[in-house]
Design a protein around this ligand. Structure first.
Ligand SMILES: *Cc1c(COP(=O)(O)O)cnc(C)c1O
Length: 224
């Protein structure tokens, strides 16, 4: 697509986000994080030229490559993937804007150690496995509040800002909706939480209507 065609295409995605968010409230602001994992730096630059600033990756190595290639642009980088303990230092080298997928106390304690050693803090979301799927990472919804509190108490260098969840893997909208509602109910009760990251290309409108204020859009943003 040319830049102009791309702009028209993106305007439509933004319109869809707008339509859903005003159904919640005129004051309900939703941030789009463009997930660039299927895209090359050239595509990211095209989106940047249209005005997009927040981008995300799900592999530390890919994040490093793209953040380095595009270091001259004022972009904000999110890390949305599962973080292995042996990759923590690589992630911290990049100093991302937000880590979406903290999924255990064990990882939090390890992350805390590394953050403390570097005298830095990291804005982070607790990932919740709201649909309780074997294939997904995240803490179980029943223990999410307790774990959130524990991390807040024991990990002063981790700035917990809210929660992240991936919608249920289902063709049944009611099942997906239920998983978003489960996440939102937990989010609402958390002390100081301001970010509820849920919704991807296939389900972002539903996620926003369930209270999401941060959507992670990959294929739909890059027209893949
Ligand atoms: C890939 C990915 C996305 C974006 O997926 P799309 O369906 O392409 O929008 C969002 N969140 C996470 C955690 C991902 O890994």
């Amino acid at each position: 697509m040319t830049q102009t065609e791309y702009k028209i295409y993106i305007d439509d995605v933004i319109r869809r986000v707008e339509f859903s968010r005003v159904r919640v409230s005129g004051y309900h602001i939703v941030k789009i994080v463009a997930i660039s994992k299927y895209s090359i730096s050239e595509d990211i630059e095209k989106l940047y030229n249209i005005g997009q600033r927040a981008f995300g990756e799900n592999k530390v190595q890919d994040l490093k490559v793209k953040a380095t290639e595009l270091k001259d642009l004022p972009l904000e980088w999110h890390f949305v993937g599962n973080l292995q303990k042996n990759k923590i230092n690589n992630l911290l080298d990049i100093n991302p804007t937000l880590f979406h997928a903290l999924d255990s106390v064990e990882l939090a304690l390890e992350l805390q150690k590394k953050l403390e050693a570097r005298d830095m803090t990291l804005d982070t979301l607790l990932q919740i496995n709201s649909a309780k799927e074997e294939s997904k990472h995240g803490v179980m919804p029943e223990v999410a509040r307790e774990i959130y509190k524990q991390i807040q108490d024991e990990c002063p260098n981790i700035n917990l800002r809210g929660v992240m969840s991936i919608g249920a893997h289902s063709d049944d909208r009611a099942v997906i909706k239920k998983s978003f509602e489960t996440t939102y109910d937990i989010y609402k009760e958390l002390d100081g939480a301001t970010i509820c990251s849920m919704g991807m290309s296939g389900d972002f409108e539903l996620a926003i209507e369930c209270g999401s204020n941060m959507v992670r859009l990959g294929s739909v943003m890059f027209n893949k």
